[in-house]
Ligand binder design. Structure first.
Ligand SMILES: Nc1ncnc2c1ncn2[C@@H]1O[C@H](COP(=O)(O)OP(=O)(O)OP(=O)(O)O)[C@@H](O)[C@H]1O
Length: 693
């Protein structure tokens, strides 16, 4: 039974004992790693030289005390006996109620103890300010320590070998060809110039698309050290610029801490979540970041704690963001933005097979031959559980599956020492009896290696048993309609989480002479509400032109809703979808479920350019859309998309709503539109069209 240990206020070592420090070091010498011992000895030497002039080196003694008392290489031997673990857990379940109460009492006592202690300390000391020159030699000493440990003039030699970099990027990341190309161009330019200074790269895209890991790969390819820090929610300028030394416990900013940690003056620094910077009254963190990042200024960056200029011009900064429009303008101006839109199902399949599965397998101590996950299972996992543009959720699901596989394997008795036979461990009772057989029966297969028959327990995962590992498929908010009814049209949205289908629903509320009105819901922002008003006007005019006798809009109270009401939405790009939804209801003509459209519409029916073409295309493919209507002005964006992204997708470009009307309602898309309330004329038109297509 492992020893139980609760952190008690008494255990927190706050007093150092100068006398027995040497004794402690000697007693732990064999356990403390060499590099830590080296630090301790250096600190001691420095302390001895300071001792004569200083009476207060408490902080350093405390620091040494912590270094010595850590349990270096002291492990309790772990017990991997699963049945035993289950017994203990079951026993715990029986006493759960009692244990929980006990736990709460213990915690309360501990918290109260700590609070009392803190009150005592506060009474004794005048927190928090203290003049630096009041003889507090420990903070002076710390200051000197920071100054001395910075890697002044120490650089790692950069590697500008483009072929090597290409190989490394390809090995570590699947796809992302345009991102890799851009990075290789960057390395090529650096190789010709002899320096990669003066560029700030910003990788922008939804979560989990590989921004951080590609940042790491760039550092490896260039042979630079890597350091990452997040500025998401950061609202304290001091975190970047450091505290002034007049503060007790003052520290330098993140960048100085980074240089100390990497030990070179030219690391690759990844600044995460630059679009989520906070704000505070005492200063704008965006300005502080500008001082740090701007190639024109950062050769003389001054940290408020160190108060000496530091040359950051050799640092390569890579920032990551989900949305570039939330990056403060002056920062964005200095960046070179590389967009990563998200992955299609086939790309995710490849990433899962060749990257995620391999690393998870290794991390769980499972051999590849112990698992057989079918393509169908993987596809189902991607399409029914992990539809978001990135692969982090997919990675979490694969982790979950492999953890369960590990448990099954251990239960079945497979261990590194006793490898060997093959069973479908999805049914434990089946597999344990199967293990004793030597013939291939149903889920069991014996594998022989050479003369000796080795028993390798193999877990099979297929579509049929996937739910045992990851539960039932989560409700998919993107797939609301199997068939779109009248008044419902699919648009495409683009948010920081990537692209997604965005249905516009319009329904009839009440009829009455002159009662024409439109109610709008779905957490829409002002711009989107205005879009709905414009759509109502344009749709009214269109109906008048197409069906002059149809008084639907003049006499109907309507309700337009954009589902997923819990998330707020804004922007003008749903304009054309709104008009189509209104007209579909007015003319009682449904629109094909595999048609999606996006485009801002003016009051006169002109279609204007929209953003997020790549993300929207990925979302459309994910939702089995066959045809997309884009504004003509976005054609260059679509042309730039990789061919595999557009595969099987019909794209139409329009600059007038009239063209959308023809595509959506007059069957100019290429296959017949059917609905119950069609007039004979339209049916004949459909027939003629289908004869020609
Ligand atoms: N193209 C790819 N090939 C191989 N692995 C990938 C690819 N894209 C992402 N991954 C893997 O997916 C995981 C998540 O990636 P990462 O953490 O870099 O995402 P991110 O874009 O930085 O997310 P966030 O915005 O949430 O920080 C990592 O394990 C990464 O290696």
């Amino acid at each position: 039974m492992p020893e139980e240990s609760n952190l008690n206020s008494k255990d927190i070592s706050t007093t150092m004992n100068r006398e027995n420090l040497r004794e402690k070091i000697n007693a732990n010498k064999d356990k403390i790693p060499e590099h830590v011992l080296k630090v301790i000895e250096e600190e001691l030497t420095k302390l001895q030289s300071l001792e004569a002039t200083s009476s207060d080196n408490d902080a350093t003694y405390n620091y040494l005390d912590w270094l010595i008392v850590l349990p270096w290489e002291n492990f309790s031997s772990e017990n991997f006996d699963v049945p035993r673990a289950k017994k203990i857990l079951d026993a715990f379940g029986a006493n759960k109620h009692q244990n929980q109460e006990l736990d709460i009492h213990k915690r309360l006592e501990l918290t109260l103890g700590l609070v009392e202690k803190q009150v005592e300390i506060n009474k004794k000391e005048k927190y928090p300010l203290c003049e630096v020159d009041c003889g507090d030699s420990s903070s002076n000493y710390e200051y000197l320590e920071w100054l001395t440990v910075l890697p002044w003039g120490n650089f790692s030699k950069e590697n500008y070998d483009v072929l090597r970099a290409e190989k490394m990027l390809n090995e570590e990341h699947y796809g992302l060809s345009d991102v890799k190309e851009r990075i290789l161009e960057f390395i090529a330019v650096a190789s010709l110039r002899g320096t990669s200074q003066g560029k700030i790269i910003c990788l922008s895209g939804p979560p989990g698309v590989g921004k951080t890991s590609i940042g790491r790969s760039i550092a490896r390819a260039l042979d630079r050290k890597f350091f990452k820090f997040s500025v998401g929610g950061l609202d304290d300028v001091d975190e970047i610029k450091g505290n002034r030394r007049t503060y007790r416990g003052a520290l330098p900013g993140k960048m100085v801490q980074c240089l100390k940690s990497v030990g070179t003056e030219n690391p690759l620094v990844l600044i995460d979540e630059i679009d989520k910077l906070g704000r505070c009254r005492s200063g704008d963190p965006a300005n502080a970041l500008l001082d740090l990042l701007d190639p024109q200024q950062n050769a003389n960056f001054t940290d408020d704690y160190l108060n000496v200029p530091i040359d950051l011009s050799k640092v390569l900064f890579v920032c990551t963001a989900n949305e570039t429009d939330k990056i403060p303008g002056p920062l964005l101006d200095r960046m070179e933005v590389i967009k990563i839109a998200g992955y299609l199902t086939d790309e995710k399949m490849h990433i899962a097979r060749h990257h995620l599965e391999k690393t998870t397998c290794r991390d769980c101590g499972i051999k590849p031959e112990q698992v057989d996950a079918s393509d169908a299972a993987l596809r189902s996992l991607i399409e029914n559980y992990c539809r978001e543009p990135g692969v982090r959720n997919l990675q979490n699901h694969i982790d979950k599956i492999y953890r369960k596989i590990a448990l099954k394997l251990v239960r079945e008795g497979a261990s590194p020492e006793t490898p060997a036979v093959s069973v479908d461990a999805s049914d434990t009772s089946k597999s344990s009896s199967a293990k004793t057989n030597s013939e291939s029966t149903g889920n069991l297969k014996t594998e022989q290696s050479g003369a000796v028959a080795e028993t390798v327990v193999k877990v099979m995962i297929d579509e049929s048993n996937l739910a045992e590992y990851v539960g039932k498929p989560v409700f998919d908010a993107e797939k609301i309609y199997e068939k779109t009814p009248v008044g419902v049209v699919m648009g495409l949205a683009w948010t920081s989480m990537g692209g997604s289908p965005l249905y516009i629903e319009t329904t009839f509320v009440e009829e009455g002479e002159g009662k024409g009105d439109l109610r709008v819901t779905g957490q829409l922002g002002d711009v989107m509400k205005e879009s709905a008003e414009i759509a109502h006007t344009v749709a009214t005019r269109f109906l008048l032109e197409k069906e002059p006798k149809n008084r639907f809009f003049a006499n109907s109270k309507l309700h337009l809703h954009v589902p997923d009401g819990a998330s707020s939405k804004d922007g003008p790009s749903a304009g054309c979808t709104m008009i189509t939804s209104l007209l579909s209801l007015a003319m009682k003509k449904p629109v094909r479920k595999d048609l999606a459209m996006t485009g801002e519409v003016t009051l006169t029916g002109r279609i204007l350019q929209i953003g997020g073409v790549k993300e929207k295309t990925v979302a459309a493919r994910r939702s089995q859309v066959k045809t997309i209507i884009f504004p003509k002005a976005n054609r260059p964006d679509v042309d730039e998309l990789p061919e595999n992204m557009k595969e099987g997708l019909g794209v139409h470009y329009v600059d007038e709503y009239e063209q959308i009307f023809e595509l959506a309602f007059e069957n100019h898309l290429g296959s017949p539109l059917l609905n119950n309330g069609r007039k004979l004329k339209s049916l004949l038109w459909d027939l003629v069209c289908s004869c020609f297509h």
